[in-house]
Design a protein around this ligand. Structure first.
Ligand SMILES: [Zn+2]
Length: 230
């Protein structure tokens, strides 16, 4: 267990509350609608297991100001879907990175176990090493927080919410899995919501009871045409 990473020091959480208010006003007002629209469009729905009382374990995300409103909305959608899946056991919080963030502020974020979601392009050094050469996004970090690099010019018209949800799976300790959200290669026909396998990988990594979490399944009106094809 690496519980310590989820317990920010008191000073950092006071700071976080202050900055969170700025994020709320800077986010588009309709950000909440994205979550409901996203998975439904792809024929999925989430399970609805009773939510538990929050454990107070949080993971702080710091969103780069270079993301535009639509991109921020999609990142928030990815975060909300994970929070729904995590069902109170662990919760992501998000705020914008401070303007002209300094390296000492970044170091402070990492010391408190926070994760920076950074928008870069394919000229960034992260894209020239290892997995980064062909990736849409790269997550680097561990128990002391880290970075999720989103390689903006490679995303194109792909599903940014899905790409970021995959990376947040890594933030939560999941590795790759053959198919679905945590497949190692982006698939335009899969990975638009947090499936049971992805939730299971996180449950293992975080020592959580999968049966009390949520995950997406094919929606009822999506399943019936499949059944009639037999
Ligand atoms: Zn990956």
């Amino acid at each position: 267990m690496r519980l310590a990473r989820f317990i920010p020091v008191l000073l950092a959480s006071g700071l976080a509350l202050l900055v969170a208010a700025i994020l709320l006003s800077a986010l588009p007002a309709n950000a909440a609608t994205e979550r409901d629209r996203g998975p439904g469009d792809y024929g999925y729905q989430y399970t609805d297991h009773p939510s538990r009382v929050s454990t107070g374990r949080t993971i702080a995300l710091y969103i780069d100001r270079d993301f535009d409103d639509t991109e921020r909305q999609r990142i928030v959608s990815a975060m909300r879907q994970w929070n729904y899946v995590l069902n109170g056991f662990v919760r992501f919080t998000a705020r914008l990175l401070p303007e002209d963030v300094s390296s000492s502020e970044i170091a402070q974020i990492r010391r408190s176990g926070g994760w920076v979601v950074a928008k870069v392009d394919s000229s960034h050094p992260i894209t020239r090493q290892g997995e980064g050469r062909q990736a849409l996004a790269v997550t680097v970090g561990g128990s002391g927080g880290g970075f999720v690099y989103v390689i903006g010019d490679r995303i194109g018209r792909r599903d940014l919410t899905g790409v970021v949800m995959h990376e947040f799976g890594h933030v939560l300790g999941a590795g790759h899995d053959g198919y679905g959200l945590m497949a190692p290669v982006y698939n335009a026909n899969a990975g638009h919501c947090i499936d049971r396998d992805a939730a299971g990988l996180v449950a293992n990594a975080q020592h959580l009871p999968l049966s009390q979490m949520n995950w997406c399944e094919p929606a009822r009106d999506y399943r019936s045409p499949m059944a009639s094809r037999r």
